[in-house]
Design a protein around this ligand. Sequence first.
Ligand SMILES: [Zn+2]
Length: 270
Amino acid sequence: MGKAALGGLVLQKPRDKALAMSTLYETGRPSMIPGPDQIIECPHCKTLARVRTLISGNTFGAQWWTDGKMIAPMLPVSPAITRCRGCGRYFWISQAKVVGEIPPWLVSPDALNERLAELMPSDQAARLKREWEKFPPEWKAAERVRELTEMEYLEAIQNGMAHNREQERYLRICAWWAGNDPLRFSNPERAPTILQRSPEALRNLERLLELLDETNPVERLQKAEVLRELGRFDEALQLLEFDFPDEYKKVADLIRELARRKNPLVQEVL
Ligand SMILES: [Zn+2]
């Protein structure tokens, strides 16, 4: 695991690029440049789906959370795994065949019309319209791939979708984050009543403790956070006795403070 710069961002770089997660730390604010939408087909039934691509993004307006999730409106991260809308089976997007691309300025007829009205001289507008009409209707009708729910991530693991440690870790962290999502956007006073983890979700966190590598600062932080969220505050505090690199110190301090206060809820890092 190494760090890599991506458009002014620093992120943990897994061996498999498709598993890049949004555990990101801000170092700059480049502009967001969308890439084309890829048209992919489900490896099981060939139903088409669209995948957003990004040439560069930024973390303007982003939120970071103690579980490592980042929500960045200017850095939409496409999921690595999805569920086919045709046959309901799971597949890794990197393993799906790409059958074509739609340029970013032709995202949808509505978006096109809006932009035409605002920006385009009429001859250019007509040219773009002709370009849009050249694309096969089934490409244009394909829906964007969607993120799985907590239970779907866990089901995907049960169905044998994790072929190595890195994929299993990815799926389990995504399940954990999805389980925490209802807490992120609720009134903090209601949070304790919202957080009712299912037995499957608890088993997921127990298994994550085995998968996260304490010698990697980000994974060590996430492990401390899992322990804190499980109410194992003393163990969390022990793991936080570590000389974290500067960029992780703020998160480590927050998790430590919450563990000392015996607070098990995910929190935004402000
Ligand atoms: Zn399918």
